[in-house]
Design a protein around this ligand. Structure first.
Ligand code: FAD
Length: 471
């Protein structure tokens, strides 16, 4: 019987939890492995937090995930919560620009127009802006098509400033809360780089890629939304996984302060309370801003995540439906950074996710904090609420204070994937593999910030460990 290998997982967010869950499964299948999940705070789940109150289901952090990325659904199914999966209701989405809401033109794929009619009709761009975007049809490919470039630089060259500022930037910053002129195209939207390489024009290339109506899932019924969540709240996944882990393998309120390789080849994991534990393999599932201080200096990569993650806050507000004097038929809106507002986006959660809100009530969720303006996140709850309501009243007539509200601050929470992120990430992996074999970094700092990306990165780390154990 081979000796049991011990794996330490640092960080109990969705990444660390997934790793623990799949290692537990391997152990149950007979693999000689044990694990310890070490979490600095008193709870598991990291950015996933749900509040249940008076019939509302309120997400304080992530509220859903992109269904076509299968890793998260796989995890939910294996954890036994498949019956709680719900798709979003589809509806009109808007961009706020020039103090008014504009429908996102039909056929726009992440802001790239693929249908002529809605693009010509929209008031989101001036005639000059539209003419500039049409230049994409004739512009040549970028010469250094394989090198990384900022998202802003890439789209400005192809479609012009107006389409970028009024549509692409607000859509993308909703996901990354980053500066579009610094974000890496290769690490955020590599698909557009491929489209330019293949088809030259983004408009023509994206048009070819759009699934024909009969190819779309649910094409013959009501169109299903592309996002999924759990009707019981995303935190119910955290709880369900925790129930299935061995309690003695979960250490909460323990902050890791360093990881060192010993002469034996094993790893010593030092804790802030002065104690330590040992491991044969380690999964670093804390954000890179923490992880880099856990590793010896020689392993760190210069310039990697040099810009601190952006701080954001979500503001969830519950109103009686009668408080909204002018309601808008839609699921939400994003806001151009040129607007003099503080909020960056708003979801009409009661419309997008009806299960979250009791009859006769309305649930709005706004975001504040963007790459170059994060001060608002550090204001008091009252000031944030006042600012959010003032902004909302530009386009809606809200006649009352919310019955209750929650401000959730997420300090330095949105990692910034800047130009050359991919190359720096590859260097970090090479450093680990050379000097710290058996140590893997996973989570939102590396190959995607979405929940399915985090889950997939944990799956990958576990797969490496299992493969090594079997060989
Ligand atoms: P985290 O959740 O940050 O977990 C890391 C854990 O490590 C934490 O629990 C922390 O306490 C612990 N830790 C840190 N240091 C130490 C240490 N020294 N020792 C031990 N433990 C330590 N994604 C989507 O797919 N859909 C969405 O709708 C969505 N919305 C979002 C909204 C907001 C407001 C935010 C902030 C993010 C959103 N995201 C969304 C992104 C997604 O939520 C995150 O990328 C993901 O949850 C990160 O998971 P993680 O496990 O990598 O990190």
């Amino acid at each position: 019987m081979p000796k049991r290998q011990h794996v330490v997982i640092i960080g109990g967010g969705i990444t660390g939890l997934t790793a623990a869950f799949y290692l537990q499964q391997e152990k149950e299948k007979g693999l000689p492995v044990t694990y310890t999940l070490i979490e600095a705070s008193s709870r598991l789940g990291g950015k996933i937090k749900t509040i249940h109150r008076e019939g509302f289901v309120i997400e304080r952090g992530p509220d859903s995930y992109l269904g076509r990325k299968k890793s998260m659904t796989r995890l939910i199914e294996q954890a036994g919560l498949a019956d709680k999966l719900v798709n979003n209701e589809t509806g009109q989405a808007y961009v706020m620009s020039g103090g008014a809401l504009h429908r996102i033109p039909e056929g726009a794929v992440m802001g790239v127009p693929t249908k002529v009619g809605p693009f010509i009709k929209t008031k989101l761009f001036s005639p000059a802006g539209k003419a500039r975007a049409a230049l994409d049809l004739v512009l040549p490919r970028r010469e250094e098509a394989d090198t990384d470039i900022s998202v802003g630089h890439f789209f400005r060259r192809r479609l012009g400033d107006q389409v970028v500022e009024n549509l692409i930037e607000p859509l993308l910053s909703g996901i990354y809360a980053g500066d579009i002129d610094r974000l890496s195209l290769q690490s955020t939207f590599p698909h557009f780089q491929d489209v330019e390489k293949k088809s030259r024009s983004l408009i023509l290339g994206m048009k070819q890629n759009i699934p024909r109506p009969s190819d779309r899932p649910g094409a013959y019924g009501k169109k299903k939304g592309q996002f999924l969540t759990l009707s019981s709240g995303l935190e119910s996944l955290v709880e369900r996984i925790e129930e299935q882990l061995e309690p003695e393998s979960i250490w909460k309120n323990k902050k890791v302060s360093g990881v060192a390789r010993e002469e034996t080849g094993r790893y010593r994991i030092d804790l802030e309370d002065g104690t330590n534990t040992h491991a044969d393999a380690v999964i670093l599932a804390s954000p890179y801003s923490v992880t880099k201080h856990l590793l010896p200096e020689q392993l760190r990569v210069d310039g990697f995540h040099a810009t601190p993650s952006t701080s954001v806050a979500t503001v969830a507000m519950a109103f009686p439906a009668s408080a909204l004097k002018t309601d808008i038929n839609g699921t939400g809106f994003v806001i151009s950074r040129k607007e003099p507002t503080t909020i960056t986006a708003c979801t009409w959660t009661h419309r997008k996710w009806p299960h979250t809100t009791p009859e006769g009530m309305v649930l709005l969720r706004c975001y504040v904090g963007r790459a170059n303006n994060q001060d608002i996140v550090f204001e008091s709850d009252e000031t944030i609420l006042k600012t959010v309501l003032k902004d909302l009243n530009i386009i809606m007539d809200i006649a009352a204070e919310p019955e209750f509200y929650y401000v959730s601050r997420w300090i330095q929470s949105m990692p910034q994937y800047e130009v050359n992120h991919k190359q720096q990430w590859e260097r970090l992996q090479a450093n680990l593999s050379e000097h710290f074999p058996g140590v893997y970094a996973a989570g939102a700092s590396y190959e995607g910030v979405g929940l399915p990306d985090c889950v997939a990165s944990a799956e990958k780390a576990v797969m490496h460990i299992v493969k090594n154990l079997r060989s």
